[in-house]
Ligand binder design. Structure first.
Ligand SMILES: Cc1cc2nc3c(=O)[nH]c(=O)nc-3n(C[C@H](O)[C@H](O)[C@H](O)COP(=O)(O)OP(=O)(O)OC[C@H]3O[C@@H](n4cnc5c(N)ncnc54)[C@H](O)[C@@H]3O)c2cc1C
Length: 465
């Protein structure tokens, strides 16, 4: 049995918030260890946000070049070199790894590469990747083990060895026909990218719309954008069986309202949701409880049900975005120091990085209906934003929800060029509690996308309450 090593804080899993917390505490002289089984820096820079956006950008370049003639530039036949796409992404990851290793060094935090599990209330045993074990005890433990792609229980699916986002981002060749199971954010981003690289792509979604939680008009607009690029989208298509092998020949049989259909392709990507990495980490030892879906139960201060054990990020049900995990870090940092920060009073925006992107913050129309909350809604097609007359980026719209009782902005959705950046302006106004007429009447630089705020907010119906 290895000897126990004592730390102020042990972080299990180097997720996005956990590593920041470790570096912060390390810089303040605390003795901190981080246990990571595979990815220096966690999934975001290694297999999720950064690599996917890196390849999406390559796909956007391919799309622009393919359509260059529309803008007056003649090109020869456009062909994507997936080896170079992959190589560019790998170069970025190498830079990320170097950045992270330097941050560990500068902060004095020890990074242990191995798989950790609780063996006591505040004791973590690490099976080191290089062999051997170490036993760490912390005054506090922070769990930041993240989640992984769910592989649903469909006959033949596991045997078909489908890609998850991890393997899809490792492809250095072009699939001839990529079948994507799941029309959520990950599936939709990848579907558009691979189509733009040159693959035939079919998205299979069991529900009635893509991105099930979005407003129907948002989802429909994205479907239209994909369809115009010849991405096949099957809605209300429930996969019932899979035959063959991804990477060779694979077929998915789907049940649709009009009967069964067989979709044949070369590669199969599963993008049907996430499962928390909480099953095999000995959570019984400290008495950390899970909810019905396997996520760690935390209070709004991010304390688990075990004293001195905190949780951060996707493993405890925080919204599945890096910026949510990063904000969890700020909450735990302050609460560890005796503060009173909470998760239930924060505004978490998100962006789906399709082209054009979808950005959303605050209340959606669907949520307002569910809550029976009276709101005023204004919409503006992107074709009415003057900038798009110059760029031809006319797809999409801006939509704003304003309180029916006063002039507060409650929510904003946008599909359009620079949607994420434009949304940040609205988010700032929401945080500041700025009444919408201030934005409507602001002088916004011509010819920017945000110039659309004038006509958008001018469309807000007058208050009747
Ligand atoms: C394809 C894809 C694209 C995405 N794009 C975006 C985006 O554009 N923007 C955005 O905000 N979010 C995006 N996300 C979501 C984002 O990646 C996550 O929300 C983010 O990484 C936060 O995760 P986390 O902090 O919970 O943990 P993670 O970053 O997942 O880290 C958890 C770490 O714990 C390690 N671990 C697990 N168990 C153990 C164990 N027992 N011992 C040791 N180590 C362990 C794992 O190896 C992993 O490195 C994307 C996700 C995917 C899949």
């Amino acid at each position: 049995m290895s000897q126990t090593e004592q730390f102020d804080v042990v972080v299990l899993g180097s997720g996005q918030g956990g590593k920041l917390l470790a570096w912060h505490l390390g810089r303040f002289g605390k003795k901190v260890a981080v246990v990571e089984r595979r990815w220096i820096g966690g999934s975001c820079p290694a297999v999720a946000c950064l690599p996917s956006k890196n390849e999406l950008w390559s796909a956007r370049i391919a799309h622009l070049v393919r359509n260059a003639a529309q803008f007056g530039t003649q090109t020869d036949t456009v062909k994507t070199n997936m080896g170079r796409v992959h190589g560019r992404k790998e170069d970025m990851i190498d830079r990320e790894i170097a950045f992270h290793l330097n941050a560990y060094k500068q902060s004095g935090v020890e990074l242990l590469m191995g798989t950790g599990r609780f063996v006591g209330p505040k004791a973590i045993q690490v099976a080191l990747n290089d062999g051997g074990t170490r036993l760490l005890e912390g005054d506090s433990i922070v769990i930041n083990v993240g989640s992984r792609a769910a592989v649903p229980d469909i006959p033949g699916l596991k045997a078909a060895r489908p890609l998850t986002h991890i393997e899809a981002l490792e492809l250095d060749y072009l699939p001839s026909h990529l079948i994507v199971l799941g029309g959520g954010y990950v599936g939709v981003e990848m579907a558009q990218a691979y189509r733009r690289f040159g693959s035939q792509v079919t998205v299979i979604e069991p529900g009635p719309q893509l991105m099930g939680r979005e407003d129907a008009d948002v989802s429909e607009e994205i479907r239209g954008i994909l369809s115009r690029e010849a991405v096949g989208v099957l809605l209300n298509a429930k996969p019932v069986s899979v035959d063959g092998l991804s990477g060779d020949a694979v077929a998915v049989t789907v049940r649709t309202p009009s009967g069964d259909r067989k979709i044949e392709g070369s590669e199969l990507l599963v993008a049907t949701g996430r499962v928390a990495n909480t099953a095999a980490i000995g959570l019984d030892e400290p008495g950390v409880e899970l909810d019905a879906r396997g996520f760690i139960r935390v209070n709004e201060r991010l304390e688990t049900t075990a004293p001195g054990v905190w949780a951060i990020g996707e493993c405890c049900g925080s919204p599945q975005f890096t910026h949510a995990s990063v904000d969890d870090f700020r909450i735990v940092r302050d609460n560890m120091a005796g503060g009173a920060r909470r998760t239930d009073d924060r505004l978490i925006p998100y962006v789906m990085f399709t082209d054009p992107p979808l950005a959303h913050v605050g209340l959606s129309e669907r949520e307002a209906e569910r809550l029976d909350m009276p709101v005023r809604i204004a919409k503006l097609p992107m074709s009415n934003v003057l900038r798009t007359a110059a760029t031809d980026e006319t797809a999409g719209f801006m939509k704003v929800l304003v309180s029916a009782e006063d002039d507060r902005i409650l929510g904003f959705s946008m599909i359009g060029s620079e949607a994420g950046e434009v949304m940040a302006v609205i988010q700032t106004a929401m945080i500041a509690g700025m009444p919408y007429p201030k934005l409507r009447d602001a002088v916004i630089a011509h010819l920017t996308v945000s110039e659309g705020f004038g006509p958008l907010f001018a469309n807000v119906p007058a208050r009747s309450m």
